[in-house]
Ligand binder design. Structure first.
Ligand SMILES: NC(=O)c1ccc[n+]([C@@H]2O[C@H](COP(=O)([O-])OP(=O)(O)OC[C@H]3O[C@@H](n4cnc5c(N)ncnc54)[C@H](OP(=O)(O)O)[C@@H]3O)[C@@H](O)[C@H]2O)c1
Length: 267
């Protein structure tokens, strides 16, 4: 019956990329899924392609609309009775120089990448605490440890996730809850295509770094292993994940490497 038999797993950003791969992997391992993102028809496509499609629920949500999360959580609890794992995966990347990025675009990115996951976690947490069990998973990034050119707000949001969820982990462990941070390097998904530029425009291309990245399936498999083992944090990806260690051990060297990195601002 797999590693997650009948576990209730809520995944955001389940309509594409890593979230879609996570959904397929959790379903194979016996989990019942709640699939969330904005595009209902894409969620439905993902659900229909799964084993035991009837056991899974599509629950469209917008990560910028935190006020809707308590009611959505109540809907999930009414149907499944509990949430075993919340995977905060949905997010948007960035391709813009800091000097150019409009403040409203920066705020919108923080809403999706930071305040959204925080608000959804806070909606789910009381039921997990009441049961004395549950796991919150956060798909952060290598960018949660280093900041590279063109990613100032995205890196800030991912760094913020680490501070928040490290604190949360320290608060909830006594109650039996776990928090797992996942830091992927480059993964071949639509993330760079969907990344936003200085004025909020879509980047609209898949960068060469991502074309050379690992598959979403590999990222999902490493994530499931980490969740099953109750790991606090993992990195997953190619050589770029060494940046985390380099930054920790030799920050000056890391800085000299990173400042030479270029990014393409789009079409
Ligand atoms: N790919 C990489 O190289 C990489 C590396 C490190 C970390 N990550 C992280 O991995 C996560 C998934 O990204 P991905 O690579 O799979 O990219 P992706 O294919 O672009 O998927 C992003 C997902 O987020 C959802 N989303 C975007 N804005 C949303 C909003 N306002 N409300 C609700 N859902 C929203 C999208 O669904 P809808 O459009 O349907 O809303 C989509 O399902 C992100 O947190 C990203 O930062 C990716």
């Amino acid at each position: 019956m797999g590693r997650f038999p009948d576990k209730v797993v809520w995944i955001t950003g389940a309509s594409s990329g890593i979230g879609e791969a996570l959904a397929a992997a959790f379903a194979r391992e016996g989990a019942k899924l709640i699939l969330s993102s904005r595009r209902a028809e894409e969620l439905e496509r993902v659900r229909q392609g799964m084993p035991r499609a009837d056991e899974h629920l599509c629950l469209p949500l917008d990560l910028t609309q935190g006020a809707t999360f308590p009611a959505l959580t109540a809907q999930v609890l009414a149907k499944y009775g509990r949430i075993d794992v919340l995977v905060n995966n949905g997010g948007v990347s960035q391709r813009a120089h800091a000097v150019d990025a409009l403040p409203e675009v920066e705020r919108a990115l923080m809403e999706v990448d930071y305040f959204g996951p925080v608000a959804l976690t806070k909606a789910v947490l009381p039921s997990m605490l009441a049961r004395g069990s549950g796991q919150v998973v956060v798909i952060s990034s290598v960018m949660g440890y280093v900041g590279t050119p063109g990613r100032s707000t995205y890196a800030a949001a991912k760094h913020a996730l680490h501070g928040y969820f490290d604190s949360l982990r320290a608060e909830v462990w006594r109650a039996g809850l776990k928090v797992t941070l996942v830091c992927p390097g480059y993964v071949l998904t639509s993330v760079s295509d969907n990344a936003v530029g200085a004025r909020g425009e879509k980047h609209g291309q898949t960068d060469a770094t991502h074309l050379r990245g690992i598959t979403a399936e590999r990222c999902a498999e490493a994530t499931l292993r980490a969740v099953a083992r109750g790991k606090e944090e993992i990195t997953v990806g190619g050589f770029e994940t060494w940046a985390v260690l380099l930054k920790r051990l030799l920050p000056g060297v890391a800085s000299r490497v990173i400042r030479r990195m270029k990014f393409s601002a789009g079409k």
